[in-house]
Design a protein around this ligand. Structure first.
Ligand code: ZN
Length: 55
């Protein structure tokens, strides 16, 4: 689980777009321009471009 309040504060560090949590994949995905996918480790989204993968 990722805290909803935390999620509402998150933005994509690459394009500053909005992000969405995908619980079944345990990732936070950018829904803005870049579509980067950030890993969630133990409930903590890692919003780092260095750890992102492209979807
Ligand atoms: Zn983005």
């Amino acid at each position: 689980m990722v805290d909803q309040e935390l999620l509402s504060l998150l933005i994509c560090p690459n394009c500053r777009g909005e992000v969405e949590y995908r619980e079944e994949q345990q990732v936070v995905a950018c829904t803005g321009k870049c579509r980067y996918v950030y890993p969630v480790v133990k409930g903590i989204p890692h919003m780092l471009v260095a750890e992102a993968t492209k979807s």
